[in-house]
Design a protein around this ligand. Structure first.
Ligand code: BGC
Length: 924
């Protein structure tokens, strides 16, 4: 019943790391075959904080339910059993409709007449809390108006450990704070629209290769992660999502420390539900459930799409959950907790008052107006697509996000264009129409025409896609100019001829190129979800070099899912400007024209590091199984050192550092001030939860749960009822009754100890983590001639030998008029200054000197000051934090780059092994 794996094979495998197989790290918490400790019982929701009302309503509702009705809430009806990508069972007796779970994180997947929003990666590059929220809210309202109950987004796993990771573009950024702020606002936005957000994929779901068992691996990959890294990096943004009130979290396909995510009691029970106080429900990724009783006891609340395999007609839950409650292997309180969590999320976002008639009003499986509501079974022919147009005026928001998120990487004065260029030329298939139309490839599984979305489940259908070429052409036409294009990436002779004409007449050569990625169930051009390399597709380098060899004013625009290597041409004097235009969605062309012609002054900053080589990242996708046919062992040996933290630590010079982006104006930084705020000492949480509640009673007469005689079964549909009063027979499981190992605590319904980092009053962990210890202000002056937006960034050095050189902790985006000075203000919370202490199982502020830096990127930090004077200690006095004293600050007003003043090591330098005091357990 428990899921404990053998520890016998410890130390059997060499670490597989990066491209060269050598690791500069020795991280004892990230080794092959390490295991995940069992943690039971599964915490019951309490209605903490602002969940109280939703819980009272949910508890009242669940009290009225029968066993079968409760089970029906927890289990999907099977793949393509109803109209959404996931659908649980309804409770018709009480008028409770089945929930419709629908992708995606950027718009309503599979539906027509919806908006195709910019991908999360693109909104992240705006660094705008307001746009994070507005995008979430606009997407949420489209889901609501189509009749969706649960939007399957946002994504903070993958976070982006390896730049090649196929789904990184679905997420925000490899920085946990940028990701955390963005997910917080997105969840608020979606849920304020009356739809449940499902934050996914929890956790360590960092690559597509081996995410599920396959031909070369009998089990899914195991992401082997230590306790510190888990807290300080991978779980961090999930904590923000929980604090924002996310109604649901999706557990991922992969294993973490050799235990599948959806039955990992440590991650679900201990961290998510106990430490972080998650009050909503955990939903499995599609077919990510691998057991019945074990996953229930390990904290899973809903299985999707409900069947063991797509349309197998069998389920780990459904009738088997009914059986498990009847035979006592799943206690009633656990089932009641699942049901309460699901219904509470529904009340929490006010689904009651946000219903649309006949929802869902669309079918995921066909765009025909009439068709089968039970698509797989070909039953229930009816009106299935109402073709409701829910786009509202979201196009304007999308265009703004795109323009505000566009990152200007190089500009020698070529931009903005005036529109009066004698000859404008445009190159590359990435500038134009896809030959099959914008939705011509299922789930966008091709790279054809301009790239405005990656591929996989994280997609939506475009209502239209404005191409860069048509938008640029329209500007040129309005200016009575001339424009020609070559959109064949390989027509080198024609490209050169056209580019040569610009060298004769003057004008601009705008070259478009892209790099695509997606979800692993689709392979595009040999890329099985994850990218095979970091170079531009369709020989983009050759295209750019070919144009630049002729044209003295070559402007490169890239649509990419993450970093690409640009060193091949970025220093070419003929390449006069370089732009990263992200993954923009439907308004792509309009937004790039806004930037190119200066209607919008670029203010986006890159949400990831652009390295000079693939190896410079220090992390990579594991492409070949390192464990025979077993579960690949992906050891996250680099700990928290991904992206800019790795570059900083190993003195790798990036091409463009994290947080970098130019403007058509200039900004200078001055006058940092650090104010220690009066905050109470940290108080580790103590005490116990109440005992597990149950709602209503369950009769143990199996005859009460038989499927009604004469009942019409839809083929392959999952029902909660039994086909026999004999439970063994009803289970369809030959191993029924077999002895299993029971983990201590699995059935314990007595009051449970709260964790020190947890909370008795709200979700997101100990409330003191969010106490503001310092407020840092700094002045930014627009020294140029036009108005512009500047994203000022606050970084902190935590000061310890195992800490990154700096970590992002806050940021703000403001518009500054020419000549004007604006003051930015950044709060620094206790969490921002803390490290995870494995021995204490709590956050602590170390006694190392803490320094705040403010500037325009992770490496352009002209202002700095020491953080001192706030109360950084705990009520217990452990560890003794510095108190008293006064803050000091130093400022160099316009320095263009900075040195951290700490040894940063070289590539060959190995940091000391991370062995925190009191480190006792092998895995955590
Ligand atoms: C993906 C999820 C998605 C689900 C339903 C899975 O393959 O990993 O992100 O929500 O499918 O489409």
């Amino acid at each position: 019943m428990g899921f404990i794996r053998s520890t016998a094979a410890l130390a059997a495998l060499p670490l597989v790391f990066g491209q060269n197989g050598s690791s500069p790290f020795n991280n004892p918490g990230a080794v092959s075959f390490q295991t995940s400790p069992p943690k039971y019982p599964s915490p019951w929701g309490e209605g903490l904080g602002d969940w109280a009302d939703a819980y009272s309503q949910a508890e009242a509702f669940v009290s009225k339910l029968t066993l079968l009705e409760k089970v029906n809430l927890t289990t999907g009806v099977g793949w393509e059993g109803e109209k959404c990508v996931g659908n649980n069972g309804a409770i018709p007796r009480l008028g409770f409709k089945a929930l419709c779970m629908q992708d995606s994180p950027l718009g309503v997947r599979f539906a027509d007449f919806v908006s195709a929003f910019p991908a999360q990666l693109s909104v992240a590059s705006t660094w705008s809390r307001d746009l994070f929220y507005q995008r979430g809210n606009a997407m949420g309202s489209e889901h609501r108006d189509k009749g969706v109950d649960v939007q399957l987004g946002p994504v903070v796993g993958p976070i982006g450990r390896a730049p090649e990771g196929g789904r990184n573009w679905e997420g925000f950024s490899p920085d946990p704070v940028l990701s955390g702020v963005a997910v917080y606002e997105t969840v608020k936005g979606i849920q304020d629209a009356g739809v449940v957000a499902c934050t996914k994929h929890y956790v360590g779901n960092e690559q597509e290769h081996f995410r599920q068992a396959g031909a070369n691996n009998s089990e899914a990959i195991s992401s082997n992660i230590d306790d510190v890294t888990l807290h300080e990096l991978y779980v961090w943004p999930f904590a923000d999502a929980i604090r924002a009130g996310t109604g649901s979290i999706m557990c991922s396909y992969n294993q973490i420390n050799n235990s599948y995510a959806c039955q990992n009691s440590y991650l679900q029970n201990y961290i998510m539900k106990n430490e972080l106080g998650f009050q909503g429900f955990i939903m499995s990724d599609w077919s990510a459930q691998h057991s019945g009783v074990a996953s229930a006891l390990a904290g899973l609340d809903m299985t999707m799409p409900g069947d063991v395999g797509f349309d197998s007609g069998t389920s780990f839950w459904g009738p088997n959950l009914t059986i498990a409650v009847l035979n006592g292997t799943v206690p009633q309180w656990r089932l009641d907790d699942m049901a309460v969590r699901i219904v509470a999320a529904w009340y929490y976002v006010d689904r009651e008052n946000n219903q649309v008639e006949n929802s869902p009003t669309f079918s995921s499986w066909t765009q025909d107006t009439y068709g089968y509501s039970h698509y797989y079974a070909s039953e229930g022919y009816t009106l299935i697509n109402e073709h409701l147009d829910v786009q509202d005026d979201h196009a304007e928001l999308i265009r703004k996000i795109d323009a505000d998120g566009t990152v200007l990487l190089k500009n020698n004065g070529a931009l903005p264009l005036t529109g009066k260029e004698k000859l404008t030329t445009v190159f590359g298939s990435d500038s134009g129409e896809a030959m099959y139309g914008p939705n011509g490839c299922g789930d966008r599984g091709c790279d054809n025409g301009t790239l405005a979305m990656g591929w996989g489940s994280g997609t939506a259908n475009f209502p239209y896609l404005i191409t860069p070429l048509e938008a640029i052409k329209s500007v040129v036409r309005d200016n009575r100019g001339s424009i020609e294009s070559v959109t064949d990436d390989f027509a080198y002779a024609q490209q050169a001829a056209l580019a040569h004409r610009v060298s004769q007449t003057g004008g601009a050569c705008i070259v478009f190129a892209n790099s695509d990625a997606g979800e692993g169930y689709i392979t595009v051009d040999g890329n099985e979800g994850d990218r095979n390399n970091l170079t531009l597709w369709h020989e983009g380098d050759a295209l750019i070099n070919n144009v630049a060899s002729q044209c003295p004013n070559t402007i490169v625009v890239m649509h990419t899912v993450g970093p690409v290597l640009v060193g091949n041409w970025s220093d070419n004097v003929n390449v006069t400007a370089i732009i990263w235009a992200g993954i923009p969605g439907q308004e792509s062309g309009n937004a790039i024209a806004d930037i190119l012609y200066g209607a919008v002054n670029p203010g986006g900053k890159t949400p990831f590091t652009w390295g000079k080589t693939r190896e410079s990242y220090g992390t990579d996708v594991m492409y070949t199984n390192n464990n025979g046919q077993g579960a690949p062992q992906d050891n996250f040996v680099e700990g928290v050192f991904i992206d800019y933290r790795y570059f900083d630590r190993f003195n790798e010079t990036p091409q463009y550092e994290f947080g970098y982006g130019l403007s058509y104006t200039n900004f200078s930084y001055a006058n940092i001030k650090i104010n220690a705020r009066s905050a109470p000492a940290y108080v580790p949480t103590t005490g116990n939860t109440p005992a597990a509640p149950t709602y209503g009673s369950v009769s143990n007469r199996t005859a009460d749960y038989l499927c009604p005689p004469g009942f019409h079964f839809i083929s392959a549909y999952i029902y909660p009822c039994l086909n026999s009063t004999d439970l063994a027979t009803a289970s369809l499981e030959p191993r029924y009754g077999q002895n299993v190992t029971i983990n201590p605590g699995e059935y314990d319904s007595s009051p449970q100890p709260r964790l020190p980092a947890g909370s008795a009053v709200g979700s997101g962990g100990n409330a003191h983590l969010y106490d503001v210890l310092y407020t840092v202000t700094a002045d930014v002056t627009n020294t140029g001639a036009i108005a512009g937006d500047e994203v000022a960034q606050l970084y902190v050095s935590l000061g310890g030998p195992n800490d990154p050189v700096v970590v992002l902790r806050n940021f703000d985006r403001k518009t500054i008029a020419p000549g004007a000075t604006t003051t930015y203000s950044f709060d620094i919370t206790r969490r921002d200054l803390s490290n995870w202490d494995t021995a204490a199982q709590d956050w602590i502020i170390s006694s190392y000197t803490k320094t705040a830096y403010v500037g325009s990127s992770s490496r352009r930090l002209p202002l700095s000051g020491t953080l001192s004077g706030a109360n950084t200690g705990t009520s217990s006095g452990y560890p003794p934090g510095p108190t008293g004293g006064s803050s000091s600050a130093s400022a160099g007003s316009t320095a263009s780059s900075y040195h951290h003043g700490k040894p940063t090591g070289t590539k060959s330098w190995a940091p000391p092994a991370y062995t925190p005091p009191g480190y006792t357990t092998k895995n955590w």
